[in-house]
Design a protein. Structure first.
Length: 210
């Protein structure tokens, strides 16, 4: 019986110590192969378009906003996104998952857990975030994060859907959509649908066929 093909992985740019650790970790697993590494965040869409990896490992610190994850997820739904962050809070991890990431992990996560997350992600299985207590951290208030429902509305807004169309798609009232939209504008610091759409322009521009 033929052995399964290795899982193809694109790795974003990370600080040297983390980058070295990821490189050694993936190299030591014969079921994984690096298609591209040390990829600046702005070039992730191009790398995914070129290599069509099953998994892309993103650096949370390089994201301009959580909407970057949503943009990549919309443009490249076949590639699973694993986000690594410095001491992420449960709220931050939940936000990444709401925007389309398959996993969100601390950069200090044990090697076997990162490998496990990559393999699970390649099969489309979500890796739930740990709690702050499991990370050994206290939670601190931070910027307002979008709720999962607001993330749903954002995705449809970026697709150019009207409020009535979004309401029909999500089975909610039009006024509820308007409320979600106002919250999204405020939390992301934008004032129009045009600005919302530009949040995903970088990823969409690199999507095959566009």
């Amino acid at each position: 019986m033929d052995s399964p093909s290795p899982v193809s992985v694109v790795v974003a740019s990370f600080e040297d110590l983390v980058a070295h650790g990821l490189r050694s970790l993936i190299a030591g697993d014969h079921n994984l192969e690096v298609a591209a590494e040390d990829v600046p965040h702005a070039q992730i869409p191009r790398a995914i378009t070129t290599h069509r990896p099953q998994v892309a490992i993103l650096n949370f610190g390089s994201l301009a906003s959580p909407a970057d994850v949503s943009s990549l997820h919309q443009a490249f739904s076949a590639t699973r996104l694993v986000v690594l962050a410095n001491h992420p809070s449960p709220a931050e991890c939940n936000q990444m998952l709401a925007f389309g990431a398959t996993a969100c992990l601390s950069k200090e996560t044990e090697a076997r857990d990162i490998l496990n997350a990559i393999h699970l992600a390649s099969r489309g299985l979500h890796v739930l975030p740990r709690t702050a207590r499991e990370f050994g951290l206290e939670t601190h208030p931070g910027p307002e994060l979008l709720t999962p429902r607001e993330a749903d509305v954002l995705e449809l807004l970026q697709q150019g859907r009207s409020n009535p169309e979004i309401a029909l798609s999500l089975h909610v009232g039009v006024e509820t959509v308007r409320t979600h939209a106002r919250n999204i504008y405020r939390k992301l610091g934008v004032s129009s649908r045009r600005e919302l759409k530009t949040l995903g322009a970088g990823a969409a521009a690199a999507r095959p066929g566009l």
